[in-house]
Design a protein around this ligand. Structure first.
Ligand SMILES: NC(=O)c1ccc[n+]([C@@H]2O[C@H](COP(=O)([O-])OP(=O)(O)OC[C@H]3O[C@@H](n4cnc5c(N)ncnc54)[C@H](OP(=O)(O)O)[C@@H]3O)[C@@H](O)[C@H]2O)c1
Length: 315
């Protein structure tokens, strides 16, 4: 099959498009014909070797953890899915080897859920990783409640744009940091935008003089420190970007594949509670350009890679 792979750590130039080995379909795994795969910052951080201390890379590595596609072959012991089912997945294992940026991926059932019917393939591919991240942080780690005020950083990005919508659904106010060009976008999600950088703390205090009940840090460093200082008494802090959060009494979170959470998220998407904004798509062959774009750090919503199948094989 065709796919993207890299045989050493490095920049986008190490990504190659060409023949990659076919996936093997384990007993509790399904073979998914990939329609779209989203790009996430973690993919290029892995590719650069930044996660080498925690994840083994089995070269050549096919990158990508997000997928939408169609089940073409369930493994021998799979009862959850059948041929033709449309699925989404956050297909992460504890090592880097066989990702989603290829024509097919073998996805363990624990990583999958049914695709929300109202989402395009591209939107659906953009949901799992960032959606699960936002869901697990807001629902499980921060336990956001009705009437609370939540500070969400990078509110226009992949994680933040879903987090704002989920926080609103939970009945909270969502103050979201973004550059001014993204303020209308953040408002369209239900958030109250504030410009990040110099003066951020004062601007947030202007909106929440008593402090925020919960802060969701997606940036780390100074932003984490500022967030800790903006907490109301008993306020909670979670970071997905900086392990130093524990020094501020907060907690670090790393998104886990979870079929139940993903199914719940898919339901919220079908109900119109959560939408995915796809800002740009690239064909599989141009995956390196998709990552170059994401590495600029200014993605609004999601960048998605599509696999274009000839008409006769469309599902
Ligand atoms: N631990 C985990 O489980 C986990 C899971 C997912 C993601 N992450 C990490 O979380 C971070 C965010 O992920 P993502 O997928 O949301 O990234 P992303 O979509 O690439 O984020 C891009 C957004 O970041 C905004 N931004 C850039 N610098 C900012 C700043 N200083 N303050 C506020 N916003 C800023 C940009 O907004 P403007 O264009 O308006 O500047 C842009 O909309 C990444 O570092 C990622 O690796 C961790």
């Amino acid at each position: 099959m065709k796919g993207i792979s890299y045989s050493r750590y490095g920049g986008p130039e190490v990504l190659e498009y060409g023949e990659v080995r076919d996936p093997k379909v384990g007993p509790d795994t399904v073979l998914v014909k990939v329609r779209a795969a989203a790009v996430n910052p973690v993919d290029w951080k892995c590719r650069a070797g930044y996660l080498d201390g925690v994840l083994d890379a089995v070269f050549p590595v096919i990158p990508g953890w997000d997928v939408s596609g169609v089940v073409v072959r369930p493994g021998a012991a799979v009862t959850e899915f059948s041929v033709g089912d449309e699925v989404i997945g956050y297909v992460r294992e504890d090592f880097l080897s066989r990702g989603t940026l290829a024509e097919y991926v073998a996805a363990p059932v624990r990583t999958l859920a049914r695709k929300p019917r109202n989402l395009t393939w591209e939107e659906a591919a953009g949901l799992p990783l960032v959606g699960l991240t936002a869901y697990q942080v807001l629902y499980k780690a921060l336990r956001v409640r009705r009437g609370e005020t939540v500070l969400i950083h990078a509110a226009a990005g992949g994680v933040g744009s879903i987090a704002v919508q989920l926080a609103r659904h939970l009945g909270a106010r969502a103050i979201g940091t973004a550059s001014e060009a993204n303020h209308d976008f953040v408002r369209s999600l239900g958030g109250e935008p504030v410009t990040y950088g110099e003066g951020l703390a004062e601007r947030v205090r202007g909106l929440a003089p008593e402090g925020v009940d919960a802060a969701f840090d997606t940036i780390g460093g100074e932003t984490l420190k500022t967030s800790a200082n903006l907490l109301a008494p008993e306020g909670r802090l979670v970071s997905i970007a900086d392990g130093d959060v524990v020094d501020y009494g907060g907690r670090y979170s790393f998104v886990r594949p979870d079929a139940e959470d993903l199914t719940r998220l898919a339901e919220l998407a079908e109900q119109g509670v959560v939408s995915v904004h796809v800002s740009q798509t690239f064909p599989l062959e141009r995956t390196a350009d998709a990552y170059r774009r994401n590495e600029e750090g200014r993605t609004r919503g999601k960048i998605v890679v599509t696999v274009d199948w000839p008409d006769e094989t469309q599902d």
